[in-house]
Design a protein around this ligand. Sequence first.
Ligand code: SAM
Length: 341
Amino acid sequence: MRDAPWNPHPAPAPGEVWHDLHGRAHTYLRISVTDRCNLRCRYCMPAEGLEWLPRAEILSFEEITRLAGVFYDRGVRKIRFTGGEPTLRKELPRLVEGVRDRCPEASLHMTTNGLTLERDVAALREAGLAGLNVSLDSLDPETFATITRRDRFAGTWAGIEAAYAMGYRPLKLNCVVLRGLNDHEAPAFVELTRERAFDVRFLEYMPYGRANRLQPEYVSGEEIRARIEAAGHRLEPVLWDGGPARSWRVPGHAGTIGFITAVSHHFCGTCNRLRLTADGFFVHCLYGEKRLNLRDPLRDGAEDDELAAAIQQELDRKWAAHPDLTAGRIPVLGTMSQIGG
Ligand code: SAM
């Protein structure tokens, strides 16, 4: 790594901000803390699970914190812990606390299936976790079990209740819409926003991993919205916050609904995301390859500036937009749980 070729686009110095060659500032880091999961969502992972990363290849909390600091010193101000299922990492609140201390001006978030939140949410809040997204694909326990291949609706729902009671507002609920499985539930999800400040986000099913072409279960955001309106809900737009979701509100409802249309209308033009995999690779796009291993140089004693130079070089390869996900020429990658969804 010390022999890295001359890079015409130097890494930002501490205090500056990561940019790619398309002029996009990168201020958001998603950190996968494990590739393991306790669900087997049919759109994400095979029923039999996957070959998990060996323990020695996974970054320790200290290593994650060190790398988070390299990104933070160069402009990252939002960090999300994801996976796999991040709550499977033992003592996760200790990691959150360490990253909070190292990155005091960053807001810290987590995407989870909620199964352990009833037990852990107080400690996570105390450690500095500012925001939570909980994945919830169905309000019906049987459909939940069909999609996740685990009969654990009650656990996820208890986690959502606990997070809400702990004051997480809005509480984001992610629902991947699958034709013939849960697409009829969209109006029921909208009902959830009537009394409570849930931010329900309907995700388009993205072809990924083994499913490297558009799947028959795919439903567009537009179709979901039409179904919601057909069920009698009038939707008014909510001011865009710059994130991937376009949001709407039923007048008078406490919460909002959003559509993450990664397939039908990608949002690459405003992408500000950087990714770190559980085994310490930097990836510049969910559809990017795992090319830059930061773990080995880190363990070999690389300085922050050297790590930053390598990150910048890889970031310079970031495309203006990932390949068209409807066109069937999608890179064959691991699963989203392996990169960090
Ligand atoms: N285990 C955590 C969870 O369930 O939220 C975090 C990891 S999971 C990979 C992150 C998000 O990716 C979840 O909301 C999941 O529904 C979503 N996801 C996984 N595969 C997807 C796919 N093929 N298309 C759209 N969303 C997907």
